[in-house]
Design a protein. Structure first.
Length: 273
């Protein structure tokens, strides 16, 4: 997206790196992180209005949401190594750390991305100093993936109808999730489901669930989205009861994902139209 785009500037490269730290590592972009990103960019581009800074941030968020942002972020890191002086790179790294800390938790994945950034920019001593000085709580939280999004929706459908999860439903989740990434063993699949359950137990908001549904829509093809709906129907009937509530939830997701389905009366299999 950036290559050959005359409107893409060094400020966009910085914003993309900052946004990757704020959003890409935990799939959330909290208000304090957005504020920190805008404040950092304003220091680099003091002549820009707040509206112009916000537009730069929105453009970089769009890149992150496209799903292939890793390559773009790496390109921005390399580009800025050549564009910025050593002192500017040190300052930009310090801004990156402050953005990672803005939500009050410094994730292991955020530290890893900052370490890569420091290596590419050849500012290792600055990185070491900033890590030593950080007083924000360190949390080794595993990165959230598309499999987590799928697992979360499995859980929402299975648990939401009767407020319980049967062993048969968990078994159905393991079986179906394994198909999506067959190189993972059962222990790894169970860990993904456990992490999704842990998040579900915190009482995710409608916006959180919408984020997972949107991630699936934007990442998977129509055929793959239909496969997820078939998974949900299979899991819904795994306990022997396929409720109206479960049907309604699956039909709602089908509408969000732009997939026409027909839920048969026998069992729960969804069929694309």
């Amino acid at each position: 997206m950036q290559q050959g785009n005359d409107t893409w500037t060094n400020a966009h490269d910085l914003a993309l790196i900052y946004t990757a730290l704020g959003y890409g590592t935990d799939k959330q972009l909290a208000d304090p992180e957005i504020i920190s990103i805008k404040e950092a960019l304003s220091r680099w581009r003091p002549e820009e209005s707040d509206e112009a800074i916000s537009e730069i941030v929105m453009e970089t968020i769009a890149v992150i949401l496209e799903g292939d942002a890793d390559e773009e972020v790496a390109r921005s890191m390399r580009s800025l190594k050549d564009a910025l002086t050593i002192e500017q790179r040190r300052q930009a790294l310090e801004d990156a750390v402050r953005i990672a800390e803005a939500d009050g938790v410094f994730l292991d994945s955020e530290r890893s991305l900052i370490a890569v950034l420091a290596e590419i920019w050849e500012v290792g001593p600055t990185h070491d100093r900033l890590m030593e000085e950080s007083t924000v709580e360190f949390e080794d939280r595993p990165p959230w993936s598309l499999l987590h999004d799928i697992a979360l929706l499995y859980i929402v459908v299975a648990h939401g109808s009767d407020n319980k999860l049967e062993d048969s439903e968990i078994g159905a989740m393991i079986m179906r999730l394994s198909v999506w990434q067959p190189d993972l063993d059962e222990a790894a699949i169970r860990e993904i489901i456990r992490e999704a359950l842990q998040f579900y137990a915190t009482g995710p908001s409608k916006e959180d669930l919408d984020d997972s549904a949107t991630s699936i829509k934007e990442t998977l093809t129509r055929s793959q989205r239909l496969d997820v709906l078939n998974d949900l129907a299979f899991i819904a009937e795994a306990d022997g009861e396929y409720s109206r509530h479960e049907r309604d939830m699956i039909e709602l997701l089908a509408g969000v994902w732009g997939v026409d389905i027909n839920l048969t009366g026998e069992g729960g299999q969804s069929v694309g139209l």
